[in-house]
Design a protein around this ligand. Structure first.
Ligand code: TXA
Ligand code: MG
Length: 322
């Protein structure tokens, strides 16, 4: 656990309009006072993120939701009670406390309660809400350790709260509850199956390439190396081809190929469990970059459970580049 003094210092930074990198169960966030347009402007500046991309507002508990949104529909109440604190973000009508700078000009706001003791302690000490996108530069891979944040953002943040490696490893699942039918805008750490069980009906999930949410581009979560997705049974031949063509190849090797002879510069064996894969995914992409790979070859996992979010991040990492 983090020392009380550090939490107090971080709350002071927030009150003074500064930036705090916070651990959450999903990924590290770059937090500022959600009610302070100037503090929020610093987030966009440090990330290099276009100002029209809305931020997620993090609050300390489900019973505070009404303070930040215009109304709490029954579905939102149901989901918040079932899953908060946890990797679920709800999109609702914006309450007056939330400035348009935080929502990227939208009349809706995304809200969640993070499931991490340090984030919850900070929110309690601060007393307000923090706007926090993932603590990485725009378009790159989300950080899941304090070292990732320090390496990428360095002196641009006032404090990095060290809460250890993130437990979930992929960002929250975003559900729009402003309409009659809840809609998944981004698959994430809370599975579609868990949501459907509580809602009592099936959910539509957008395809990974359809750009319909502000701030969700086809290329996101991308390492420096180019990512190429192939069928699992093509991984060995594709990597051998690229390797002999002189590429520096990194391979995310699925469990079904464990122990196979791979021609590549670097190999990351993908864990069998989906939760372990989700937890490690962004770290693997960073590691392959660090090892100087210019090409990463991977295949898509089974898209049930957390596999849906893993496949979504891999597709985006492999998306078209400028
Ligand atoms: O797990 C997470 O959600 C992490 C941690 C730090 O909480 N945060 C995160 O934030 O992933 P970020 O900024 O990387 O992604 C936020 C996304 C936006 O890109 C946008 O797609 C969606 O949330 N979003 C935010 N507000 C929205 C709104 N009002 N309507 C629709 N989508 C919204
Ligand atoms: Mg992000």
């Amino acid at each position: 656990m983090l020392a009380v003094a550090q939490i107090e210092k971080a709350a002071e930074v927030l009150r003074n309009g500064g930036l705090v990198a916070i651990p959450t169960e999903t990924v590290y966030g770059l937090a500022a006072n959600a009610e302070d347009p100037q503090a929020v402007a610093k987030i966009f500046e440090v990330k290099g993120r276009p100002p029209t991309h809305p931020l997620i507002v993090h609050i300390g508990s489900a019973d505070q939701l009404g303070e930040w949104v215009e109304e709490v529909p029954a579905t939102a109440k149901l989901l918040a009670e079932a899953f908060w604190p946890g990797p679920l973000t709800l999109v609702l009508r914006r309450g007056r406390r939330v400035p348009l700078e935080t929502t990227g000009g939208l009349e809706t706001v995304a809200v969640r309660v993070p499931d991490h003791p340090a984030a919850l302690a900070l929110l309690a000490e601060f007393g307000g809400a923090v706007a926090a996108p993932s603590a990485n530069r725009f378009g790159s891979v989300s950080p899941t350790t304090p070292d990732h944040v320090r390496t990428e953002l360095g002196g641009d943040v006032d404090i990095v709260l060290d809460g250890g490696p993130c437990e979930v490893g992929v960002e929250s699942t975003i559900v729009d509850v402003t309409g009659d039918v809840p809609t998944v805008l981004r698959p994430g750490g809370l599975t579609r199956e868990d949501l459907e069980e509580v809602l009592g009906h099936p959910l539509a999930v957008p395809s990974a390439t359809a750009v319909r949410v502000p701030g969700q581009h086809p290329t996101h979560y991308a390492p420096r190396a180019h990512v190429v997705l192939v069928e699992t049974d093509q991984i060995l031949t594709e990597s051998e081809l690229a390797h002999s063509a002189g590429r520096r190849v990194g391979v995310l090797l699925p469990p079904s190929l464990a122990g196979a002879r791979v021609e590549a510069a670097a190999i990351v064996p993908v864990p069998d469990s989906q939760s372990a894969y989700a937890r490690g995914l962004f770290k693997y992409l960073r590691e392959l970059d660090e090892q100087g790979c210019d090409l990463i070859i991977a295949s898509l996992p089974d898209e049930r459970g957390l596999g849906l979010a893993i496949a979504n991040r891999l597709r985006r990492a492999a998306g078209p580049r400028d």
